[in-house]
Design a protein around this ligand. Structure first.
Ligand SMILES: [Fe+2]
Ligand SMILES: [Fe+2]
Length: 370
């Protein structure tokens, strides 16, 4: 599997040493600064000329919800929850012979602890990613030149604040520990924020990061038996579906007037983001906390026969949305070939998010039921 001529700086996408060379060096710092020199754009054209964005904005105004209204008094026994979830779904190691692996000899208690740590890690990364979305959408309010997009992005800023709030509260009140931001996710968010072209903020955040989040929330929503988390994710997903649709609608219009060279740059940016997101799911920080050799554990994770199925699912929203934007097949199918290498091309004809955001509106559904 080679990925020459890409920007990720390694010839083999599965090079474990290169993956582990990316580390988070300021885990103890309270703040993290990213320099950006994007122009803040005023527009004097107040005409509401983009009906698809206008419709999304009206929907966002009526679909706001209050985090305090979730059933926070639900008792959560995390060990019991991860055990119950494991019975339904053993994860990527379920069908593997563990002889000679770093987890050979793990007791039931070790596995329970591992699944609890994985949950702490996963929800921590969701929380940090949500803060990335908060910052990116605030940036879009400033940088996008269209009034309809500024209006919509302003509603998304509020949505993202609520998402950071619910994940932070769930971690504090219901789980058993936090993790700092994963090094690969941090690098990706830094790259998105530092890029001063407004459409790159959209591509990195709305299409790639939020597309992956939407698939990932959907997966956990289906799997979890814990009612508070289920409800929380259902509401977050109904917002996220709008956010991804916002990205697709805006970029479709903008990409129509870009040159072939400019589109090719967007393809590379999308691929680099996809690799960083794949790398973060190797959960190197969890292995470290479990006290096993991280390099061996990451290699073992990469080799798990069921990993492509699980991690592939995370790209089930990204690939059809990239196709809708024309990014798969431009430049002789450059991104199509890269997605073939990553093993995720099979999702290209799944529903794109502009088609499905209405059906994911859980807030409207619950209000109609009342
Ligand atoms: Fe969000
Ligand atoms: Fe979002």
């Amino acid at each position: 599997m080679t990925t020459n001529e890409t920007m990720i700086g390694r010839s083999d996408v599965n090079d474990v040493d290169a993956i582990l060379a990316v580390t988070n060096t300021d885990v103890d710092a309270v703040v993290h600064a990213v320099r950006t020199d994007a122009d803040a754009i005023f527009t004097w054209d107040y005409e509401r000329s983009r009906p698809a964005l206008s419709k999304l904005y009206e929907k966002a105004k009526t679909s706001q919800w209050n985090a305090d209204d979730l059933p926070w008094d639900t008792e959560v026994d995390q060990a019991a929850v991860v055990e119950a979830n494991r019975i339904q779904n053993e994860g990527i190691f379920g069908s593997m012979d563990l002889t000679g692996t770093p987890v050979e000899g793990w007791t039931e208690d070790d596995w329970t602890r591992f699944h609890m740590e994985t949950q702490n890690w996963t929800l921590s990364q969701f929380m940090h990613g949500e803060q990335g979305a908060l910052i990116c959408t605030a940036q879009i309010v400033e940088t996008v030149p269209w009034i309809d997009a500024k209006y919509y992005a302003a509603t998304q800023v509020m949505d993202e604040a609520r998402h950071v709030e619910v994940f932070a509260r769930y971690l504090d009140e219901k789980l058993s520990g936090h993790y700092p931001i994963n090094a690969h996710l941090k690098l990706l968010l830094d790259d998105i924020i530092a890029d001063n072209r407004w459409d790159m903020t959209y591509l990195g955040m709305q299409i790639m990061v939020e597309g992956l989040a939407l698939a990932s929330f959907g997966f956990i929503h289906q799997l979890t038996t814990e009612p508070l988390l289920k409800q929380l994710l259902r509401y977050v997903m109904s917002d996220e579906a709008r956010h991804v649709a916002f990205g697709v609608i805006s970029l479709q219009e903008f990409y129509a007037q870009l040159s072939a060279a400019e589109i090719r740059e967007r393809q590379e940016f999308a691929f680099e983001a996809a690799v960083r997101m794949r790398d973060r799911f190797l959960t190197q920080e969890v292995w470290e906390r479990m006290g096993v050799d991280v390099k061996e554990a990451v290699q073992f994770t990469l080799n798990a026969p069921d990993r492509p199925i699980f991690q592939g699912m995370l790209f089930s929203k990204i690939v059809p949305n990239c196709k809708k934007l024309g990014l798969l097949d431009a430049a002789d199918g450059w991104l199509r070939h890269r997605f073939e290498d990553l093993g995720v091309i099979q999702f290209e004809d799944w529903a794109d998010t502009t088609e499905e955001y209405g059906s994911l509106d859980a807030v409207a559904e619950d209000r109609a039921a009342v």
